[in-house]
Design a binder for this molecule. Structure first.
Ligand SMILES: Cc1cc2nc3c(=O)[nH]c(=O)nc-3n(C[C@H](O)[C@H](O)[C@H](O)COP(=O)(O)OP(=O)(O)OC[C@H]3O[C@@H](n4cnc5c(N)ncnc54)[C@H](O)[C@@H]3O)c2cc1C
Length: 728
């Protein structure tokens, strides 16, 4: 996380393609003071093209074939925004999204790859496009299940005869054949075919490669249909313009690369296929402060084949040019090779090498390719340890540290605020000194406050989590959230940067407040060395429903609604040790409001409730036990945990609050042998509630149905005994 206040250049990297992973690596090795990178990525785990065919064929597993952007971004001090960009305004220098506020940039770079272009084919939606790869594999799984349960022939048609098409076709064929054999089926039921409108297979390669690949198809028994233009795809067949009809239970599109349609609205100069035209220095021909690399770039000096090799080669040049441009220096031209070496796999551990007229083939070619690919991946996977973060002293404040009024006014004007509710007499719309609320008759007013420094570089997500966390105390007491006051700490820096961060954070919070019917009615902002956010929240509670920690009865089952482990995961994230998928799972949990779970627990007769936050499960449970004067037995082995949380704790990675949590429970529980997950501090953690034993199971079913899939009965309340907390 970049703590510095003096950011003068914001560089937005859109897409985690091959060139951009190199930009991250390069900036991690040599950061530029005053430059902040923001990586916007649809997929935090981004596939490496060299290993893609082997991954589809089942030779490599997911982790081997994907670069995890999160640890890479952490080392580069880059913000990682897990989102899909759907627009770019080069004039206003903003990137837009369907579900969150726009981001501002000084320099932007596009490396978003391509997807199969199929607009001319009727019924193209009936085929599975090979990209995005994860989406493809999810759909391909169900094709495989269908093939395994089918009794008759099972036919697959792959559309596209370039290197990608042949590799996908043979890879999927061998993969499915293997699965059928393993399941005791007859692999001869499989009939694969490849169809292409080109007059020859692999049109960009030499005759020798074509001959060898054709022989590989013959050996595998996969039919080739060359020179047939596909015009229609149905659930039963692939039809060609010339009348050729290929019956197919499944079809796969690996047609030539197409560009993201949203680029057409950006005003950037595009080529006739919609790709961004760039000069030799990889700058847009129309807007030089926007750069592009990889498949999405149309290199104006001469056409380049859309393959991972060029995307990889452009990485170091792109990184250097971004660095130069950020420092006001002249960028340098990218000089592509005349001929690239292509190593094309034939589905199993066998490959064909092609460079100009030269061609070689064998298992050894595959091993050679494997070595090259693993070496490339190692650069982005085997990362050096992150330097210990120096403690940044807190800046002094006072009212002089308030964010300028203009920044605040402009930020508030950009927020998408709902119309104020009736019980909000004076809210954000008024110029008064305080908000005024009218409590509904017969209700109790419930108040709480939470505030913490940013632990995430994405201000929108951070804002959303801060809101979930703050409302959670109201939900734990069975109160209906009504109003929130924001307390925001913004980086000292350019006013527009502070404005953007505030808009992002509050927009994230508003997304949560909107779900819970809570109004943002005011707040206070101040400058800070580190971004922070919190909310003072107010809710209304029915006196008959108000839940306390003191209501537990012996026999009650204890339900925990969310997994544990956010403390260790974000401690691991700061050290660049947490996996991208694990952080994504935790963020999905942390952005989920506890409101629905609270209502379900109350409807099932919850006797007492709390939210699990900083003191960890054990600490918050102890508070309930002592307030209720009871004891509890916890099934430690059954505690729900986010992916990688136990692994990180076992490696000694813990939040700075963890030792304090252990200390607080010394004497109450043997902290040396207990599961460390019990003491892991949670941000936006789940609810812990006591349920009458006869209603706990149905409550669990309802929680699972409402999306709290990890909700678990973690223990039972017992009569007060010698030990308040026992582990089963
Ligand atoms: C089956 C198959 C096999 C292939 N095999 C090879 C091979 O062996 N060797 C080779 O050199 N090439 C191969 N290619 C081609 C290769 O995959 C591409 O040329 C290469 O991936 C392009 O790299 P890139 O950096 O341009 O983009 P990509 O690698 O496609 O990366 C783009 C990234 O941008 C992200 N993204 C996309 N849109 C957005 C958005 N709107 N907002 C945010 N993020 C976004 C995506 O999540 C993705 O991570 C193959 C292609 C296919 C389909």
């Amino acid at each position: 996380m970049k703590p510095a206040a003096d950011i003068h250049t914001e560089i937005a990297l859109i897409g985690g393609g091959h060139a951009h992973v190199e930009v991250l690596r390069s900036f991690s090795m040599a950061p530029v003071p005053g430059v902040r990178l923001t990586m916007i990525a649809r997929d935090v785990l981004t596939p490496y093209s060299g290993m893609l065919p082997g991954y589809l064929a089942g030779i490599y597993d997911h982790a081997e074939a994907h670069v995890d952007l999160r640890p890479l971004a952490a080392r580069a001090g880059a913000r990682l925004i897990h989102a899909t960009a759907t627009g770019l305004d080069p004039q206003a220098r903003t990137i837009t999204f369907p579900d969150r506020p726009a981001l501002r940039f000084d320099l932007a770079s596009l490396d978003i790859g391509s997807t199969p272009a199929a607009t001319a084919i009727a019924g193209a939606a009936n085929a599975i496009p090979v990209k995005p790869v994860d989406g493809f594999l999810a759909r391909w799984q169900s094709v495989e299940e269908e093939a395994l349960s089918a009794t008759g022939p099972f036919r697959v048609v792959v559309i596209g005869g370039g290197a990608g098409g042949v590799e996908v076709c043979l890879g999927l064929f061998h993969r499915l054949q293997r699965r059928l054999s393993d399941a005791g089926g007859d692999p001869r039921r499989l009939a694969f075919a490849l169809v292409t409108d080109s007059s020859q297979l692999l049109p960009r390669h030499g005759a020798g490669v074509r001959a060898r690949m054709t022989a590989a198809f013959t050996r595998a028994g996969v039919a080739l249909h060359i020179g047939h233009r596909v015009s229609e795809i149905t659930h039963e067949a692939v039809r060609c313009e010339d009348g050729l009809t290929l019956p197919a239970e499944a079809s796969v599109l690996v047609t030539s690369a197409g560009a993201a349609p949203w680029l057409a609205d950006t005003g950037l100069a595009l080529d006739e296929d919609g790709f961004v035209r760039v000069d030799a220095c990889l700058r847009s021909l129309s807007h030089p402060h926007v750069l592009a690399a990889g498949d999405i770039a149309a290199f104006a000096p001469r056409p380049l084949t859309k393959n991972g090799v060029y995307a990889v080669r452009q990485g170091p040049r792109l990184a250097d040019n971004l660095r130069r441009m950020a420092q006001g220096q002249t960028p340098k031209p990218f000089r592509p090779q005349r001929q690239t070496l292509a190593l094309i796999t034939t589905g199993e551990r066998h490959a064909i090498a092609s460079r100009g007229p030269l061609t070689l083939e064998g298992d050894w070619v595959w091993r050679w390719k494997d070595t090259i690919d693993r070496r490339w991946m190692a650069k982005y996977q085997d990362l050096p340890a992150m330097p210990e973060m120096a403690e940044t002293p807190m800046r002094c404040g006072g009212c002089g540290a308030k964010v300028p009024a203009l920044v605040l006014r402009r930020a508030l004007a950009r927020l998408d605020l709902p119309p104020p509710r009736e019980d909000v007499v004076i809210g954000l719309g008024g110029a008064d000194d305080a908000a005024v609320l009218r409590p509904p008759p017969g209700k109790l007013l419930v108040q709480t406050v939470d505030h913490f420094p940013a632990f995430l570089d994405d201000p929108y997500l951070f804002g959303r989590i801060a809101a979930v966390h703050a409302l959670s105390d109201l939900h734990a007491m069975g109160a209906q959230p009504a109003a929130a006051m924001a307390l925001a700490g913004l980086l000292v820096g350019r006013p527009e940067q502070a404005e953007d961060d505030l808009v992002q954070m509050l927009s994230g919070a508003l997304a949560c407040f909107a779900q819970e019917g809570c109004d943002l009615v005011g707040g206070h902002t101040s400058e800070a060395e580190r971004m922070s956010l919190g909310f003072a929240v107010t809710g209304w509670a029915d006196p008959a429903v108000l839940l306390r920690k003191s209501g537990l009865h012996p026999g009650d089952r204890l339900i925990l609604t969310k997994p544990l482990g956010t403390g260790t995961l974000f401690a691991g994230d700061m050290r660049g040790m947490a996996r991208g998928d694990a952080i994504e799972a935790a963020l999905a949990g942390m952005t989920r409001s506890n409101g629905p779970a609270s209502r379900i627990l109350i409807n099932h007769g919850a006797t007492a409730m709390t939210d699990v936050t900083g003191f960890g499960l054990a600490g918050h449970l102890m508070e309930m036990l002592s307030a209720s004067q009871v004891a509890a037995r916890i099934d430690a082995a059954g505690l729900p945990a986010y992916p990688q949380a136990r692994e990180l704790l076992a490696a000694g990675i813990a939040s700075t609050l963890h030792p304090g949590n252990l200390l607080a429970l010394e004497g109450a529980i043997d902290t040396t042998t207990a599961d460390p997950l019990l003491f892991d501090p949670q941000t936006a953690g789940g609810l812990l509630a006591g349920l009458p034993p006869d209603r706990a199971q149905s409550c669990l079913v309802a929680l699972h149905a409402a999306g709290e899939g990890a909700a678990t009965i973690v223990g039972t309340v017992e009569d007060a005994g010698q030990a308040a907390l026992r582990l089963a």
